[in-house]
Design a protein. Sequence first.
Length: 511
Amino acid sequence: MIITMIAVLVSLLIGGAIGYTIFRYVANGKYNEILSSAQKEADVEKEKKLLEVKERFLNKKSELEKEAQQRTQKIQVVENKLKQRELTLNQRQEEVNRRKQELDQTQVRIDNEKKLLSVKQTDLEKMQEQERVKLEELSGLSADEAKNRLMDSMKDKARMDAASYVNEMMDQAKLDADQKARKIVIQTIQRVATETAIENSVSVFHIDNDEVKGRIIGREGRNIRALEAATGVEIVVDDTPESIVISAFDPVRREVARLALHQLVADGRIHPARIEEVVTKVKKQLDNEIIETGKRTAIDLGVHGLHPDLVRIVGKMKYRSSYGQNLLQHARETANLCSVMASELGLNPKKAKRAGLLHDIGKVPDEESELPHALLGAKMAEKYKEKPEIVNAIGAHHDEVEMNTLLAPIVQVCDAISGARPGARREIVEAYIKRLNDLEAVAMSYPGVTKTYAIQAGRELRVIVGADKLTDDDSNKLSSEIAEKIQNEMTYPGQVKITVIRETRSVAYAK
């Protein structure tokens, strides 16, 4: 039994040794095979990595070479520019040196010429002195005596020329005076009138009670001063019950002041800012009313197709007068007379009425002109496309141009008939208004003046100047200059007070 067990154990040991030996042999073969395969894969991967590294190296090298090449090109460009600038600077330096040499040479030449000129000047003075001595010896007169004799002869000649010129001017003045005298006589015969016309230079504004007067005057008179400054009128507040007098030579100003007062009293708010606002609004309303007046006049007379500006000018005639006669009434009357006379003579009454209505438009121009009103009116009519016969009738109604049609003498005769009827005109008021207009025009001729108003029958001239254009010292100087100019150029009774007003306004808005 034991022997059997030992034999089994020995068999097992021998089998195990043989199996182990076989296992190791098999294992070593597979190991070597695996190791050889792994070595081959490692070599392939190594070669692959080496190729990638070489490729990256080559790309990086190429990029660096390109960048280096670009930098080299930029450096080359900069070097070329620097070389060009250096060359330019060298050329300029050479040019400067060349010019400096030329200037030095020129200076030397000028100095030499100055020396030569000085020498020649000295020689010339010596020669002049010798000539003067010779002339004195020949004439027997000294230089001063000869000069005095020459001046005396020139004075005598000047006196003779001046006397001849004065005589010539006097003859021309007499000729002009004769012509003007004939023209004045003709116009006087055409415009014979009895001085019974009354030209109103005041308007009366009625109020409900005297308490309103105090509100119109305002604290320390600020309201009434603001109203006078805005409208250019003089407002008289006296003891006359329930009335205020508005005085101004310009009817438009009086109407603006009257309407503004009416709106202020009705509204109840009376203060300087409100006064200016209302006056501005009233002026616009009056402009619209002027246009409506022109339209109504044209419709009433059957005159159609007038230019809108001519309609407005006809409306402005309502607030103008000619020798005390209302200009619009005179124009309407002349138009009707022309129509009747043209009908009697077998001419076109519509054209005659149109010419009669427009014959005095030159008295209400938008801008002042030195032309007589007939010529100015013809120029305005031509501007607004009126027919040639109408233009000629307007320009010829005072014989300032030649009459080309039968319409012109009709307008002239009817104008004279309208103005010559008893009580139609008054020349004194016209001269008075012209003097006031001249006063305002004198002040407006100065720079910096914005508004001028002649008030108190021409005894005071108020001049409003821009605060941004003149200082207080300039305002004082301006009043003196205007007073001196009025004194030298105008004729007026008594004295004229010139008041220059300069005020600064600051406006801001709270939003």
